[in-house]
Design a protein around this ligand. Sequence first.
Ligand SMILES: [Fe+2]
Ligand SMILES: [Fe+2]
Length: 273
Amino acid sequence: MKHWRIEDIAWDRFDPSAVDPEILPLVKAAAMVERNGRDYALYLGNVFRDDPDFRRAADHWAEEEVQHGDALARWACLADPAWDFAAAFQRYRDGYKVKIEADASIRGSRTGELIARCMVETGTSSYYSALSEATAEPVLKQVCKLIAADEYRHFKLFYDHMHRYLERENIGLLTRLRIALGRIGESEDDELAYAYHCGNEAPSFAYQHRRCIAAYMACTMAFFRYRHIERGTGMILKAIGLPPRGKLSFVATKAAWHLLQWRHRRFETQLAA
Ligand SMILES: [Fe+2]
Ligand SMILES: [Fe+2]
């Protein structure tokens, strides 16, 4: 059972005067990445081919991600009636392929795969929390709150399965840390940058990773507040098996916050150039 449905959203409360032009391109990009969720479920189905419980959970998870994409796309079409989501999504699908075929996880273990999924859900949970607080548009606020709650439940889903595998595979803390940081770094790869391009730039405009990731990140990072980073850091520490609160978390949050500020300034400089 999904926790909410598109019809539950109060679409009639949409207020065009409250649409933030800085947020709209982010929503368009996010709609496509979310809508693409089923491909990840196919990949996970291959990695966990002999684990029917997890495969069922992953299929359900993908349907929730697809619903996130549908809800965000519907909002973006209200905010920009000229936007053609179907055409933009087709361009995205044509140009960005998730590697579905796999005999084993690209992370080297099933535990590693699930830690990587926890990192993605930490990122999305923080991201939609930040967007819901940043926007004054009531429908987007509601959509982002609902999605953020789903993303947190997804984190718990992957975390619980990860623990099951950790008992069997017993991979070390340093490996878990390396996988987690590696997956966080991948947020600057093509997945989001190309979605930004397809959602916001004309097909005649050539895709350039450096420009698109700078545009996406410069805008996104502006909406994060310390509390989002604090909560996200706690989730990351928990996923790799470290205490989510206490001195380590305090220091790690400070470091992550400074890193975010530094990256934000760098992306803004790149964009200006
Ligand atoms: Fe999602
Ligand atoms: Fe999710």
